[in-house]
Design a protein around this ligand. Structure first.
Ligand code: IPD
Ligand code: CA
Ligand code: CA
Length: 263
């Protein structure tokens, strides 16, 4: 078995294990704190999931680098493989009992996206991709949609936790797209939004000021499902997640031009 396939197996095992924790503690009394802003939450479940994933990686893949949202990662500097982990994407949803959240695990080989796994524990939907081998949901190949018209497209977006105080708040883009698309959703999990583009449930998605752990798995899953990912000007996708546009490819340029001021 190739090393990427072995890593996929481990990533799937870890995503399912973290997803089990999320399912078991869903709608129970959990501790909730804040991070960068009063609306930026972190729960004991974010920490428990991250601990489980990072501890297992330390045992089973001690030479690999790890970037994990809540800070448990470590980087030897010379690692070939780098795990980029969002232990619970959709924390605000989780804290409110709103049933849309997931675990996201992306793995890069020498800075290239190699493996991506996103697991929604309530729907028991596991999305995965290996570079060059396509993308799947629960083992079945997924493809982006065929839609060519923005006016018939279902889109999604999101807003960063500095939305109350920042001028770059995505609200002008949102207003413009509400008037252009069939509908625009804001459902609170960037990693699942990307997987929904990959599987054709959404035709496109954009967001500003995401982080590497939000997009590390989802970018590869969209690409391997035949979609396109870029920054706001159509340039290469940003691993930082600062500018993210992901579509079925067919509506990509139209979405970019509408998102730009002149569009
Ligand atoms: C957030 C979610 C949300 C997006 C935010 C992210 P978190 O991640 O993905 O959909 O709009 O920008 O920060 O905090 O739940 O892991
Ligand atoms: Ca996230
Ligand atoms: Ca998170």
């Amino acid at each position: 078995m190739s090393e990427a396939r072995e890593i996929l197996r481990l990533a799937v095992r870890l995503a399912r294990a973290a997803g089990r924790i999320q399912r078991e503690r869903y709608e129970t009394a959990i501790q909730i704190g804040t991070k960068t802003a009063p609306i930026d939450l972190v729960t004991e479940v974010d920490h428990a999931c991250e601990q489980l994933i990072v501890d297992t990686l330390a045992r089973e893949r001690p030479g690999d680098a790890v970037l994990a949202e809540e800070g448990r990662g470590g980087d030897s500097g010379r690692a070939t493989w780098r795990w980029v982990i969002d232990p619970l994407d959709g924390t605000v949803n989780y804290a409110h009992g709103y049933p849309r959240f997931c675990v996201s695990i992306g793995v890069e080989q020498r800075d290239e996206r190699a493996v991506g796994v996103v697991y929604d524990p309530l729907l028991d939907e596991l999305y995965s991709a290996v570079r060059g081998a396509g993308a799947t949901r629960n083992g079945r190949r997924i493809r982006v949609s065929d839609e060519t018209e923005i006016g018939r497209s279902l889109l999604a977006t999101g807003f960063s936790y500095d939305v109350r105080g920042s001028a770059q708040d995505n609200l002008d883009h949102f207003a413009r797209m509400v008037k252009s698309a069939r509908a625009v959703r804001r459902d609170g999990s960037a990693a699942l939004d990307l997987c929904y583009v990959a599987s054709g449930r959404l035709d496109g998605y954009w967001e500003l000021k995401l982080h590497p752990w939000d997009v590390a798995a989802g970018f590869l899953i969209v690409e391997e499902a035949g979609g396109r990912v870029s920054d706001l000007r159509g340039g290469p996708p940003q691993r930082s997640g600062r500018e993210t546009v992901a579509t079925n490819g067919r509506i990509h340029d139209a979405l970019l031009s509408r998102l730009s001021k002149s569009g």
